[in-house]
Design a protein around this ligand. Structure first.
Ligand SMILES: Nc1ncnc2c1ncn2[C@@H]1O[C@H](COP(=O)(O)OP(=O)(O)OP(=O)(O)O)[C@@H](O)[C@H]1O
Ligand SMILES: O=C(O)[C@H](O)[C@@H](O)[C@H](O)[C@H](O)CO
Length: 157
């Protein structure tokens, strides 16, 4: 099984994705670890990534997912980004962590020690293209606690 957990920064992808991978006994990859140094520097400086910044990053992640089953936590904000991942790993399942901008921004800002500044949250939501029905996403409501989100995902997968 191949699973991509998507959503804006602070939606809970890393927390949820790691817990889901453990629950399913699958390898886990966090897309944050696949960014070239230049992308991290840009985000740290409060500059949103462009498509050109994201393609090589998505391709590295797609290669990881093509090579083995697993769970990947990746913003995958635009449909074109998800199409790129699906090209690399056909049949992947999509889980979308959905929540109100205020709640997610508050969690994102409260989280210590992360390179992503709160100032980028507006551009995260502006770039976000929520998955369409044709992408068959499992949509999870991030107001729910992690344990119940994991239970829902296990049931649905
Ligand atoms: N279901 C939840 N309920 C309450 N708090 C949560 C939930 N999921 C995640 N959090 C908290 O929200 C914050 C953001 O979560 P996390 O770092 O996993 O998001 P992320 O989408 O991986 O962000 P980024 O893309 O910026 O790395 C963390 O402090 C995390 O503990
Ligand atoms: O597409 C993007 O804008 C990036 O992936 C960001 O979302 C970060 O990688 C991450 O989510 C924050 O830690």
């Amino acid at each position: 099984m191949r699973v991509v957990v998507m959503g804006v920064s602070g939606s809970g992808k890393s927390s949820f994705g790691a817990a889901l991978a453990e629950a399913l006994s699958l390898p886990f990859a966090d897309a944050d670890a696949f960014h070239p140094a230049g992308n991290i520097a840009k985000m740290q400086a409060g500059i949103p990534l462009t498509d050109a910044d994201r393609w090589p990053w998505l391709d590295a992640l797609g290669a990881w997912l093509a090579a083995q089953p697993g769970v990947v936590a990746c913003s995958a904000l635009r449909r074109a980004y998800r199409d790129r991942l699906r090209e690399a790993a056909p049949g992947l399942r999509l889980i979308y962590l959905e929540g109100a901008p205020d709640l997610i921004a508050a969690r994102q800002a409260a989280r210590p020690g992360h390179f992503m500044p709160a100032s980028l949250m507006d551009s995260q939501f502006a770039t976000l293209e929520p998955p369409g029905a044709d992408e068959s996403p499992l949509v999870l409501d991030v107001t729910e606690p992690l344990e119940s989100l994991i239970a829902r995902a296990k049931e649905s997968l």
